[in-house]
Design a binder for this molecule. Structure first.
Ligand SMILES: NC(=O)c1ccc[n+]([C@@H]2O[C@H](COP(=O)([O-])OP(=O)(O)OC[C@H]3O[C@@H](n4cnc5c(N)ncnc54)[C@H](O)[C@@H]3O)[C@@H](O)[C@H]2O)c1
Length: 270
């Protein structure tokens, strides 16, 4: 429990912040690490309450501890490829805080390889987590968002929703699907007050890239070569993607739906 002065400071910080998520209730998947952890922390700092879902139970507990108000987070073990787990995450938000206003479908896995190298099992796994997981997140969240009178779905795509790169065939296929699923959901539910947008990050400093970096000669070689293909010349930080999610969750983006919002350090401008 935070002391009263502490809570006052938090309230002031939220009010002075550009983005106010006071009253928003979110589910964030893949919340144990990287971008999902940064989104959870950013949402809570802006006044939202969050069900932080991930297969990594210890990781989501740690995410809650790192938030400015750990009491605003329910850490939950959930596998996004499992319909029962995704339904339970949505139900937890509604049971705990009475509504769901925001669904962030962020969890993903990446297993590098071209189509010859990628096993059928690995391809199925990427599709199950990265695309079926987003489908389930939309399927179970949209009815809850409608019960809340409308809301925002934020799907985590990638620059690979827009462009392919070498030896990432299965991941790229899954992320292309995420963008088109985003557009389908946006069209089907716009008139009912549910917005759905897709964030497309470039290379961000998180563990998901480690196997891919190995294929590219190791993470240090990737960092050295970055200026050649990501013009800002450095890896993105998870909080730089989280700030896009904050905007899409907020009432500053109420005219946006079906969009691919690119935050890639200029990678796709080349
Ligand atoms: N890091 C990048 O460069 C980059 C670039 C473009 C897009 N993205 C996307 O950003 C999102 C977040 O990735 P990240 O970079 O933070 O990576 P990360 O590896 O740090 O986080 C991914 C999280 O997803 C969780 N997860 C994996 N399978 C799951 C499942 N079945 N159910 C629930 N949770 C599961 C992991 O436990 C982990 O906590 C992903 O959708 C990723 O594709 C990342």
């Amino acid at each position: 429990m935070l002391s009263l002065p502490c809570r006052r400071i938090l309230r002031t910080a939220r009010r002075s912040g550009v983005i106010d998520l006071d009253g928003k209730v979110a589910v964030v998947t893949g919340a144990a690490s990287g971008i999902g952890r940064a989104i959870t922390r950013g949402f809570v700092a802006a006044g939202a309450r969050v069900v932080a879902a991930d297969v990594d139970e210890a990781g989501v507990a740690r995410t809650a501890e790192l938030c400015t108000d750990p009491g605003a987070v329910v850490p939950l073990r959930a596998d996004v490829s499992d319909p029962a787990d995704v339904a339970a995450a949505v139900e937890t938000a509604e049971r705990t805080w009475g509504r769901l206003t925001t669904m962030v479908n962020n969890a993903a896995v990446s297993i590098p390889g071209n189509v010859l190298e990628t096993s059928v099992e690995d391809f199925d796994r990427m599709l199950a987590v990265n695309l079926r997981g987003v489908f389930l997140g939309c399927k179970y969240a949209v009815p809850a968002l409608l019960r809340a009178g409308g809301g925002s779905v934020i799907n985590m795509g990638s620059v690979n929703s827009l462009v392919a790169e070498p030896v990432l065939a299965g991941y790229t296929a899954s992320k292309g699907g995420v963008l088109m699923l985003t557009k389908a959901v946006a069209r089907d539910f716009a008139a009912l007050g549910v917005r759905c947008n897709c964030i497309c990050p470039g290379w961000v400093d998180t563990p998901i890239n480690l196997a891919h970096a190995e294929r590219m000669g190791g993470i240090e070689a990737v960092r050295e070569g970055l200026p050649d293909w990501q013009p800002l010349g450095r890896e993105g930080r998870p909080d730089e993607i989280a700030s896009v999610a904050l905007f899409l969750a907020s009432d500053l983006s109420t005219f946006m739906t079906g969009s691919a919002v690119v935050a890639d350090g200029g990678m796709t401008a080349i």
